[in-house]
Design a protein around this ligand. Structure first.
Ligand code: ADE
Ligand code: ZN
Length: 337
C-alpha cells in the first residue's frame, strides 16, 4: 500500500499473538525431526505430506475450531526448553523487522502440560526468548498465560496453582492472564473462580471474546474482570455494550487477517475498524497466529490500510492507543510515543 513505509516506521505494539501460532509448517517438520516426534500419517492425513501441502491446507480453514485442530496438532513438536526459546525468538525477530517495539505474547501451558511437558520447561523457554529479544533487539516484552476453553477448568486451575506457587507474577516473569481456544460451547464464565482470585492479586486480565461468539461473551468476560478484550469484533452488534466499552476505555485487540481466514468476516472490509474509530472504541491491530494466517503484524496494518484508506491522523490515534493501553510503565510509554 502507498503508506507501507509509513506503517512500517510507525512504532507498533503487538498485544495479540500466540507464540504457538508462530510455529510455521517449516518449523513443525524441523522440530518433529529434531525431537523424533511422528506427525500424523500422511497416508490418512494428506496435508502432512509436505511443508507445501500443510501450508496449502491453512488457506482453507472453515472455522475457529477447524484451525484449532491444526494449531494444537502442530504444537505437539515442542518438547524441550530450547524449542520454546527458538520459537519465541523467531517471532521476535520478525516483529522487530515489522517495526514492533513492544510485544505482549500469549502461550497455552495447559496444552503442553497435557502432553507431558512440565510447566517450568515451557515458561523457562518462552521467557528465555523474551529476554533475548529485550537484550538483542531492544524490544520490551510481556508474557501472558492463557487458559484454554476446550480443556476442563481443573486443568486451568492446576496451571494457575503452579503460576502462583512459582511467584511468576511478582517476579515479572508472567505479566497477565488470558483465555482462548473454542469460544462457542463451553460455559461463558468457566474461569470465574480463577479470574476472581487473579483480580484480587491485581494481575492484569484479558480474554478472547466476540470472535465467533455473540456480544454476550464479551459481556461475560468484562463481568469476570477482563480489562481488555481479544478480538471483540462482534461488539458492534450490541450498541449499548459498545458505548460502555468506549466509555471505560477497554482495548480491543483486533486481528483482521485472522478474522478473514477463520471466516468470522468475508473480507477485511467487514472488520468494524471504521465503526470502532467513530464510536471512540480503542483498539490495536495484531497478527494472532501469523504462521497460520498468512501475515505478521505489518501485513495486518497494510490490509487495514488497503480496506479503509485511513488518514495519517487516524493511524496516529491507533498507534497512540496501542502504546497507552500496553501493560508497561509510564516511562516506557513515553519512550514509545
Ligand atoms: N488460540 C490461538 N488463536 C486463537 C484464536 N484466534 N481464537 C481463540 N483461540 C485461539
Ligand atoms: Zn488469539
Amino acid at each position: 500500500s502507498p503508506l507501507h513505509d509509513f506503517l512500517q516506521g510507525l512504532p507498533k505494539c503487538e498485544h495479540h499473538v500466540h507464540l504457538e501460532g508462530c510455529l510455521t509448517p517449516h518449523l513443525i517438520f524441523q522440530l518433529a525431526d529434531r525431537n523424533g516426534i511422528a506427525l500424523p500419517d500422511p497416508a490418512a492425513n494428506p496435508e502432512y505430506a509436505s511443508v507445501e501441502a500443510l501450508t496449502a491446507r491453512y488457506d482453507r480453514f472453515t472455522s475457529l475450531d477447524d484451525f484449532l485442530h491444526f494449531y494444537f496438532e502442530g504444537m505437539a513438536v515442542l518438547r524441550k526448553q530450547n524449542d520454546f526459546a527458538d520459537l519465541a525468538w523467531s517471532y521476535f525477530q520478525q516483529a522487530h523487522a515489522d517495526g514492533v517495539h513492544h510485544a505482549e505474547v500469549f502461550f497455552d501451558p495447559q496444552v503442553h502440560e497435557s502432553r507431558g511437558v512440565p510447566y517450568e520447561t515451557i515458561v523457562a523457554g518462552f521467557s528465555e526468548g523474551c529476554r533475548r529479544a529485550e537484550r538483542e533487539l531492544g524490544l520490551t516484552t510481556r508474557l501472558i498465560l492463557c487458559f484454554v476453553r476446550h480443556l476442563p477448568v481443573s486443568s486451568g486451575k492446576a496451571i494457575y496453582e503452579q503460576f502462583i506457587s512459582h511467584g511468576h507474577f511478582e517476579a515479572g516473569v508472567i505479566h497477565g492472564l488470558g483465555w482462548s481456544s473454542t469460544e462457542v460451547g463451553p460455559p461463558k464464565d468457566m474461569f470465574r473462580e480463577l479470574y476472581a482470585s487473579a483480580a484480587q492479586k491485581k494481575i492484569p486480565l484479558t480474554a478472547h471474546a466476540g470472535e465467533e461468539g455473540d456480544p454476550s461473551y464479551i459481556h461475560a468476560a468484562l463481568e469476570l474482570g477482563a480489562r481488555r478484550i481479544d478480538h471483540g469484533i462482534r461488539l458492534v452488534e450490541d450498541p449499548e455494550l459498545m458505548q460502555r466499552v468506549a466509555r471505560d476505555g477497554v482495548l480491543l485487540t483486533v486481528c483482521p487477517l485472522s478474522n478473514v481466514r477463520l471466516r468470522c468476516v468475508p473480507s477485511v472490509e467487514q472488520v468494524p475498524v471504521r465503526r470502532f474509530l467513530e464510536a471512540g472504541v480503542k483498539f490495536s491491530i495484531n497478527s494472532d497466529d501469523p504462521a497460520y494466517f498468512g501475515g505478521y503484524i505489518l501485513d495486518n496494518y497494510c490490509a487495514v490500510q488497503e480496506a479503509f484508506q485511513l488518514s495519517v491522523l487516524e493511524w496516529r490515534i491507533i498507534a497512540e492507543d496501542s502504546v497507552q493501553e500496553s501493560w508497561i510503565e509510564d516511562s516506557r510509554k513515553a519512550e514509545l510515543l
